[in-house]
Design a protein around this ligand. Structure first.
Ligand code: GLV
Ligand code: MN
Length: 224
């Protein structure tokens, strides 16, 4: 009888333990095709670690995000990413951030999504319109006007944007719960893929004249 009690207790304990429900860790990159010969491979799930004896305080600081960035992009924003690529000290720590500078009168962080992280967005300067769209079946648009000091959250994997409503530059900071959130800018990915998607496929998908699609592909196709 004692054994049965022990067994029941063990089963209950195991099902209450997070280990019993453990899933695979989220990917830290777009893909990682398995190979048998590690000699021809690269290690991508995070990065190799520096010998801890050689680590200094300098490995944990990244400076200069106070400096306004020039805005040359036609959409009117400059994004300055600080993820594990720019700041190796973030490796394995599941955090990253971006500074975003917006041109006055409509400077826009265009519709995009982050495949590996939700985004916590803080307005440091200016007034912005922020919005995101839910998935099927509603495709519901949530929008909010954000002012200095406001924080908005963009859920992982949903498409969203921010637009500067003011007559002066605006600045935002985006915080991610990933060392490598990734980004897919919708227009760039659809019309600027490398190689290009067949324009007739896009013409049908977007219900556009194929020549309009071809023009868009010329405009966004800077990847080839
Ligand atoms: C803001 O949305 C960013 O991704 O930088
Ligand atoms: Mn973003």
């Amino acid at each position: 009888m004692k054994t049965v009690h022990l067994l029941v207790a063990f089963v209950l304990l195991a099902s209450a333990s997070p280990l019993a429900f453990a899933s695979d860790p989220g990917p830290l990159q777009d893909f990682c095709v398995a190979i048998n010969n590690t000699g021809n491979g690269v290690f991508v799930n995070g990065k190799f670690c520096k010998d801890p004896r050689l680590v200094t305080a300098d490995d944990f600081i990244f400076q200069g995000l106070n400096i306004p960035r020039p805005i040359n992009d036609p959409v009117g924003t400059t994004v300055t990413p600080v993820n594990v690529e720019q700041f190796p000290g973030l490796n394995t720590l599941s955090v990253a951030l971006n500074r975003i500078d917006y041109a006055p009168n409509g400077g826009e962080n265009p519709p995009h999504l982050h495949p590996r992280a939700s985004e916590l967005f803080l307005v440091l300067e200016g007034t912005l319109l922020a919005g995101f769209v839910t998935s099927l079946p509603e495709y519901k648009l949530f929008t909010k006007v954000l002012n200095k000091g406001d924080i908005f959250v963009f859920p992982q994997g949903l498409i969203y944007f921010q637009v500067n409503l003011g007559k002066t530059n605006a600045v935002g900071f985006a915080y991610f719960e990933s060392q490598n959130p990734g980004i897919i800018i919708v227009a760039d990915a659809v019309f600027g893929s490398n190689p290009p998607i067949n324009p007739f496929i896009l013409a049908r998908a977007f219900q556009l004249d194929p020549n309009v699609v071809k023009n868009l592909q010329v405009k966004f196709g800077n990847n080839s």
